[in-house]
Design a protein. Structure first.
Ligand SMILES: Nc1ncnc2c1ncn2[C@@H]1O[C@H](COP(=O)(O)OP(=O)(O)O)[C@@H](O)[C@H]1O
Ligand SMILES: [Mg+2]
Length: 409
């Protein structure tokens, strides 16, 4: 059965929890928030700060709680504000006004860490003042509330932690969706998907939707597909970080979360640099950095001076970032290099070669290295030229189809 993915509602919306029972694995946090709202009048603090990683149910918890308690939510997204005046205008009105239908109100300021950098310091101060004045319970959310700039604000809030979800909780969420959507799945694969999300239910639900959108089925192959795609996503983000900034500090960290090794990073840069840096002078400077990195890379390996890898990283991140005069505004599609595939093939081939050598070594009682060097080349010539020798060797060494193919070349 083929579904039309393009027009589908995101599962994260369609299966957004409608009540507290559907918020999985956050019982303590839900209780704490509920207590804060219900006993707001007696509470010393006017706000609760719900904090924790992305996609664990912070925002949706506030919504289901308000619903269950019959309260109206006034939501303000902190990153919408760029300055103090706007914040006072938008939230200020809400904290003082009576509710429209004279229901009680909860004021939600979602993602306060959206306000970052020194420019927005005024913004956080403004929120802190509003918290002091508010006559309604305020709930703020943040992924990381421990920065210094939140010190004053934190002291005015009840802290409520939303931890990362364990994989069984995520599994439960995914299973429910599969059953409702009639998605076929292998239980182990679904658990694998849950594990891979690293505690982030939103990511897991999104993955489930992309993987099953076409076929309505979750197979073992889906997981591999996901791993490949995630890998590519992170390296592409790294490239964007380097290419689209001239700020050394920003560029420096680009490869921090990338799992590809240095050789692969160099290949990705090599492949995509000319697409981004179209001015010859920029390109020349950038390739100068890249080629130096490549040279150092080989020397480090030869001399085992791993400590110097830091400098290579700087060359290929910050070095390439500042090689351009100005940022290029256009968006180009970054692609993996064809050479990675070639490297992979080369490795596969040498693995077959080694496997055959190992079989020979066992028969003639020598080392694999010795067989590789002195026996295999001659056997191969005879193998190609003489059919009856070929047949007996296949039998003797129990060669697989791929190994036979390799020997024929
Ligand atoms: N604890 C949870 N229980 C059930 N679904 C969840 C949970 N956490 C996240 N989700 C799913 O992820 C989506 C996003 O959750 P959200 O509350 O926006 O996360 P956060 O605000 O912590 O980033 C929800 O709509 C829901 O589909
Ligand atoms: Mg949220």
């Amino acid at each position: 059965m083929i579904k039309h993915t393009v027009f589908m509602i995101p599962f994260t919306k369609k299966y957004q929890p409608v009540d507290c029972d559907n918020v999985i694995g956050q019982d303590k946090a839900l209780n704490d928030l509920k207590y804060f709202i219900e006993y707001f009048k007696k509470s010393k603090k006017n706000a609760a700060l719900a904090y924790g990683p992305s996609g664990v149910g912070k925002t949706c918890s506030v919504y289901v709680l308000a619903d269950e308690l019959g309260l109206e939510i006034v939501e303000v997204n902190a990153s919408d504000f760029r300055n103090k005046n706007q914040i006072n205008l938008k939230i200020g009105a809400a904290v003082n006004q009576q509710s429209l239908f004279s229901k009680g109100k909860v004021i939600l300021v979602d993602e306060i860490d959206g306000l970052s950098g020194t420019k927005d310091r005024g913004g956080i101060q403004a929120i802190t003042k509003l918290v002091e004045k508010s006559t309604f319970p305020m709930i703020l959310t943040a992924t990381n509330p421990w920065g210094n700039k939140f010190n004053a604000l934190r002291r005015k809030c009840n802290l409520v932690e939303f931890g990362p979800l364990d994989y069984l909780s995520i599994f439960k969420i995914l299973k429910k969706i599969c059953d409702k959507e009639k998605i076929k799945y292998d239980e182990d694969v679904l658990k694998g998907l849950a594990r891979r999300a690293g505690g982030d239910a939103r990511a897991a639900v999104n993955d489930l939707q992309t993987l099953t959108g076409r076929t309505n089925e979750l197979t073992k192959g889906s997981l591999d597909e996901l791993a490949e795609r995630n890998k590519e996503d992170t390296i592409i983000n790294a490239l964007i970080k380097i290419f689209k900034t001239t700020d050394v500090k920003v560029a420096k960290t680009a490869f921090d979360n990338v799992r590809e090794n240095l050789d692969e990073q160099l290949l990705w840069l090599d492949e995509n640099l000319p697409k981004e840096y179209t001015k010859p002078a920029d390109l020349a400077r950038a390739y100068d950095k890249l080629s130096k990195a490549d040279v150092f890379n080989r020397r480090i390996r030869r001399w085992q001076h791993w400590r110097f890898l830091v400098y290579i990283n700087l060359l290929i991140t910050a070095g390439i970032a500042v090689s351009k005069d100005k940022k290029y505004t256009g968006m180009v599609e970054y692609k993996p290099t064809g050479r990675i595939l070639k490297l992979w093939w080369a490795k596969q081939k040498s693995m077959k070669k080694k496997a055959i050598a190992a079989k020979i070594a066992e028969k003639i009682h020598c080392s694999q290295k010795e067989a590789l060097k002195s026996t295999l080349p001659y056997l191969q010539i005879a193998f190609i030229k003489n059919k009856s020798f070929r047949d007996s060797l296949i039998k003797e060494l129990d060669l697989s189809k791929e190994e036979v193919e390799w020997l024929k070349k």
